[in-house]
Design a protein around this ligand. Structure first.
Ligand code: LLP
Length: 432
């Protein structure tokens, strides 16, 4: 085994005498040849396994895992999850339509989050009968009440409160502090519930919280839940009974776990997370929703790319790939770390290189000063842990075609999104 992939947390493992990279039972070399690159490759088995980890960890309580669609919104992935009982956390009308297109009957398991919902988005969600709106402001609550009255349907809602809890993560994806744009100050929530209780078009359903993303420790989740639980108890005393607590998403993964066989397993991480939430919620008897995105899909996916050439500028060596920041923006946007591994390793010592894309920006990099085994033009390399916020954040920047996606199911594989073509590139544009 090659030391770059010692542990078995990922579906991407080396196999055979030459240590070629596989996704479960399928060789990445085969996929690269058949579908070309850049190509997102996902393991269906791992996605299902991760969903089931959450379902198992919370089995002692009535719960629903509402997968955060934004992490990876490909229809085939939504279908895979819906068929195993997942609900969905959405943040736009577009995401709602994706759920409806993938599995229409899953619409009753949708929670609608997001800091700014339009009247049209609210109307559609009311018409199709989603599970709950997570309301982010007093103004939005008023809008929801007005739309519900107009359509003559009651709107089930939760207030998304801002618990003022600090969670160690990248500042762009931390959301639970008072200074952030998210949620309603937890100190003002009780008053809003009282206002809502007087509106017959608003059905008091729950309370929700989401403190940020890529949070590696269970502690802040517990701290946020304690504050939420305290509020539900206080409200109950006033006769306002909430049926649902939504703990949000945010559980992080180990992007660096390449060489550490003893790292805490994902199953243990989920158990620790569940234990922290359950401990804080001991006094609450209702239903629990959670909204994990990254933890379910990130490690199930890799971005497969071909080396265009290797070039030296001064002391630096650049490995230029056919994937770029438009395909996977996380390194450029958050200085995020993704393992880079050659698909068919060559003999020779690792050396320090920058792995970069062809886009005309210095920020277009995947890895800087990274020790990488020798690669040559034409070789395939995989960027690991790219299943979450990879394809979902891709763009046409530099007028590049967005990549294709393949789902591996054991030894089988199938295209779940074709590569964009010229006809897609300016399909929406108007010339004169
Ligand atoms: N629920 C809400 C209300 C959210 O805003 C998010 C993520 C989630 C659930 C899912 O969080 P997760 O379990 O995936 O951490 N693009 C960034 C991540 C942005 C997360 C935004 N909200 C990245 O690539 O790291």
């Amino acid at each position: 085994m090659i030391p770059d992939l010692k542990n078995a947390f990922r579906p991407f493992q080396r196999s055979g005498a030459h240590g070629a990279l596989y996704c479960d039972g399928v060789s990445l070399e085969t996929l690269g040849r058949k579908y070309e690159t850049p190509l997102y490759v996902y393991s269906a088995d791992q996605i299902v396994e991760r969903l089931e980890m959450f379902q198992r960890a919370f089995k002692g309580r009535d719960h629903l895992v509402c997968y955060a669609v934004k992490a990876n919104s490909s229809l085939a992935i939504l279908k895979l999850l819906a068929e195993r009982g997942a609900g969905f956390d959405i943040v736009s009308g577009g995401e709602l339509e994706r759920v409806i297109a993938a599995v229409p009957k899953a619409v009753g398991r949708v929670v609608f989050s997001g800091v700014g919902k339009t009247a049209a988005e609210i109307d559609r969600a009311l018409e199709v009968g989603i599970l709950e709106f997570n309301v982010e402001s007093e103004a939005e609550l008023a809008l929801l009440g007005a739309r519900a009255k107009k359509l003559k349907v009651r709107a089930r809602f939760a207030l998304r409160v801002n618990p003022d809890v600090f969670a160690e993560t990248h500042p762009y994806i931390s959301t639970g502090l008072r200074e952030h744009k998210f949620g309603i100050d937890i100190r003002k929530a009780a008053e809003l519930y009282r206002v809502a209780a007087r509106n017959k078009w608003l059905e008091l359903h729950g309370i929700s919280v989401h403190i940020g993303s890529q949070i590696r420790s269970a502690e802040p989740f517990g701290a946020a839940m304690e504050r939420v639980c305290k509020l539900t108890v206080q409200l109950k005393r006033e006769g306002i009974v909430l049926k649902v607590v939504d703990a949000g998403g945010g559980l992080g993964i180990d992007y660096h776990s390449g060489g550490d066989a003893k790292a805490v397993t994902p199953a243990v991480k989920v158990e620790e997370y569940a234990a922290a939430i359950e401990k804080a919620l001991a006094g609450f008897e209702g239903k629990l929703l959670i909204e994990p995105g990254r933890f379910i899909v990130a490690q199930a996916g890799a971005l497969l790319t071909r080396v265009l050439n290797v070039k030296k500028n001064g002391k630096k060596t650049f490995v230029i790939t056919d994937a770029a920041m438009n395909d996977l923006i996380r390194p450029a946007l958050y200085q995020a770390y993704h393992e880079v591994v050659p698909v068919k390793p060559r003999a020779g010592r690792a050396r320090s290189v920058d792995v970069v894309g062809p886009v005309c920006e210095t920020g277009d990099f995947f890895a800087r000063d990274r020790m990488l085994k020798p690669v040559e033009a034409g070789d395939l390399v995989a960027l690991l842990d790219a299943g979450a916020y990879g394809m979902a954040q891709s763009s046409n920047y530099n007028s590049r075609f967005r990549p294709a996606e393949v789902l591996v199911e054991g030894k089988e594989h199938r295209l779940i999104r074709r590569r964009e073509e010229l006809k897609d590139l300016f399909a929406t544009e108007v010339l004169s």
